[in-house]
Design a protein around this ligand. Structure first.
Ligand SMILES: O=C(CO)[C@@H](O)[C@H](O)COP(=O)(O)O
Ligand SMILES: [Co+2]
Length: 225
């Protein structure tokens, strides 16, 4: 495994000063910005939608990694694509139109990903693996930040990595800190979403650097920062 990407989740940032929070993680060398869109239906929580994503798009150069936790994401996919997202994930449990959504995402030269909840079997996504750039493996029940990492999902990452059509990127999302990131990296993940671990820390840049040191301790590739 070589490239390891760190993706702070804006869910744990202070929503009263998003621009400043984004600038802090960008300056600290985070690789991509993870944006959790929740609709109060697919998950209990409600966060933000395309209007907010559009406004913050203008404040940063960081690639946007939008994680849609909404029912029937096919209704909104193009709204996010038009804004200029670089990565777009939707949940397999939320739609019957996975193939069409992937096709649409690719039309915009955006990286396409399917997300799976901790109890969802990887068989549900095997028909789509060859067309994906990434699989997002949830390591908590989607909906809220600050939950405990569910260890049993590590087996799912190991299984995925062994599959012939496994995409280059496996993202792990939920309960990530230095210790759990290392376990997920050893299993085969290479994109690490961290919300509370980064945004609730007193020294955001040290926290990101520590995470990077842990991950690149494993990697054959040199850290870019
Ligand atoms: O998608 C989600 C939650 O549904 C995540 O992206 C969380 O925002 C991660 O937060 P932490 O578990 O790292 O605090
Ligand atoms: Co997320």
């Amino acid at each position: 495994m070589d490239e390891m990407l760190i993706a702070p989740s804006l869910l744990s940032a202070n929503f009263a000063c998003l621009q400043q929070e984004i600038a802090t993680v960008e300056k600290a060398g985070a690789d991509i910005l993870h944006l959790d869109v929740m609709d109060g239906q697919f998950v209990k929580n409600i966060t933000f939608g395309p209007c907010v994503v559009k406004c913050i798009r203008e404040t940063t150069q960081m690639p946007f990694d939008v994680h849609l936790m909404i029912d029937r994401p096919e209704r909104y996919i193009e709204d996010f694509l038009r804004i200029g997202c670089q990565w777009l994930s939707f949940h397999i449990e939320a739609t019957d139109c996975a193939a069409d959504i992937i096709k649409k995402i690719k039309e915009y030269n955006c990286k396409a990903a399917i997300a799976i909840k901790p109890n969802t079997d990887i068989d549900t996504i095997t028909p789509y693996l060859a067309d994906l750039d990434m699989v997002l493996v949830m390591s908590v029940e989607p909906g809220f930040g600050g939950q405990k990492f569910i260890e049993k999902i590590l087996e799912k990452i190991i299984q995925l990595r062994k599959m012939p059509d496994c995409p280059k990127y496996i993202q792990v999302d939920g309960g990530i800190n230095g210790e759990t990131a290392l376990k997920a990296a050893e299993a085969g993940a290479n994109i690490f979403v961290a919300g509370s671990y980064i945004f609730k820390s007193n020294q955001i840049s040290n926290t990101i650097q520590n995470l990077r040191d842990v991950l690149y301790g494993l990697s054959t590739k040199k850290s870019p920062h």
